[in-house]
Design a protein around this ligand. Structure first.
Ligand code: NAD
Length: 386
């Protein structure tokens, strides 16, 4: 297929800057698409760090002010891969300039910001996507397929965990590169927006809208030094840990737990769904597998089966290697990007768009509010999956 060029302007050269750059470089090598991303310009404030990044990944030019990037006529897509407190202003300016907008998760610092961003992309009529990349783990896409095929029947329970352990030391500072996650003024929240946003997005996609939540949060380390000014200490305003109960609109019950204080857990993102006819279980640390229990089989062969999600019949896998050869974390971004590029050809909006991510943001807000009020809070989700 001959490809139309799509000029990308990427903001941020960190973790996601690398993951997205890799996706832009690889996507047309594996997917047959009508559009081909061009790595037109990378943007961040620190020129001395941006230049080697741009050279390494093949970005054609650099900008040190995101406003200048948005003003450029030769940019079609603004890709937001910088900290959460910048998403709102950049996304709205980009939409008003008529650019397509790809935004990292969480959509925003809070739902009010997320709503303004959603209205901006919708009013401008520009294609938009939020990088909830875990939907593009083939095993999670397969879980969605099994649920949609009715193999689980009526769903009773959803059980999600997202556990890490990297902030246990009181010596970890807050603010600055990577560690902006610990600074509430930049991150908006702690594990709720950073980790549970992923779990909530997956849950809304698989099960449907959440009706209400009741939550508890804790900040175990109350004060941390600033990364960029080690002599200055500042109170910690983020939630280090969060657990909440939820009721889905379809009547299913859920538990969600997240922390950065689960010693030994590096990035354990799991969920289990229990339905009338069967169950499924997923763990990101075994991302190429989906556990499936089918109660419709004869009694004497009941048991959990492990599906190795590498066959050509599995989501996305016909684009990758031969059966039995697993793909990894970076491929989820390539799969997501392929879906976005395909949507430009089909005209069918890619999911999750800003409006879908707004539903997740609303659940996050309700969770944080509930932790304060110590009562149930309404989640304001749409009825259906996002
Ligand atoms: N989808 C996922 O699984 C996933 C994983 C990690 C992070 N994220 C999200 O991606 C975003 C970035 O996170 P990260 O881990 O890449 O952070 P990071 O700290 O590794 O990188 C952030 C980048 O933003 C740049 N930046 C900061 N202020 C800027 C400004 N004013 N103008 C331009 N650039 C600026 C920094 O220079 C840096 O290059 C966050 O919203 C985060 O929540 C998503």
């Amino acid at each position: 297929m001959s490809s139309k060029k799509l000029n990308i302007g990427l903001i941020g050269y960190g973790f996601m800057g690398r993951a997205h750059s890799n996706a832009y470089l690889k996507v047309n090598k594996f997917f047959d698409l009508g559009y081909e991303p061009v790595l037109k310009a990378a943007c961040a404030r620190k020129k001395e760090k941006l230049e080697p990044f741009a050279k390494n990944w093949g970005w054609e030019s650099i900008e040190t002010d995101w406003r200048k990037l948005i003003e450029r006529d030769d940019i079609d897509v603004i890709d937001i891969g910088c900290p959460n407190n910048l998403h709102h202003d950049i996304a709205i300016a980009a939409a008003q300039a008529g650019k397509m907008v790809l935004c990292e998760k969480p959509l925003a610092m809070n739902a009010a910001e997320g709503l303004a961003m959603t209205e901006a992309v919708e009013q401008a009529g520009v294609p938009n996507m939020v990088w909830f990349n875990y939907r593009r783990v083939p095993a999670i896409s397969l879980a969605k397929q099994l649920i949609d095929e009715g193999r689980l029947g009526r769903v009773f329970h959803y059980r999600a965990k997202y556990l890490q352990d990297w902030t246990i030391s009181t010596d970890v500072p807050q603010g600055g590169e990577c560690l902006w996650r610990l600074d509430v003024d930049v991150a908006g929240s702690g594990v709720t927006g950073d980790l549970l946003a992923h779990s909530i997005d997956t849950a809304l996609w698989l099960i449907g809208g959440i009706d209400k939540v009741t939550a508890m949060t804790e900040t175990f380390v109350k004060e941390r030094a600033l990364q960029d000014e080690p002599d200055v200490r500042k109170p910690v305003g983020i939630d280090d840990a969060c657990a909440f109960l939820a009721r889905f609109k379809n009547g299913a019950l859920a538990t969600f737990e997240s922390t950065r204080y689960a010693r030994g857990r590096k990035n354990q993102n799991t969920f289990e769904v229990n339905g009338e006819r069967g169950s499924i279980y997923f763990d990101l640390e075994d991302a190429h597998q989906l556990q499936y229990y089918d109660n419709r089989l004869d009694d004497h062969v009941h048991g959990w089966q492990t599906i190795l999600v590498t066959d050509a019949e599995h989501p996305y896998m016909d684009k990758w290697w031969v059966p039995g050869c697993v793909i990894g974390y970076e491929h989820t971004f390539i799969n997501a990007l392929a879906d976005f590029l395909e949507s430009l050809d089909t005209g069918e909006p890619v999911r999750p768009g800003f409006r879908d991510a707004l539903a997740t943001q609303r659940v996050c807000d309700a969770v944080l509010k509930s932790a304060q009020t110590e009562s149930w809070e309404m989640a304001e989700c749409p009825e259906t999956g996002t």
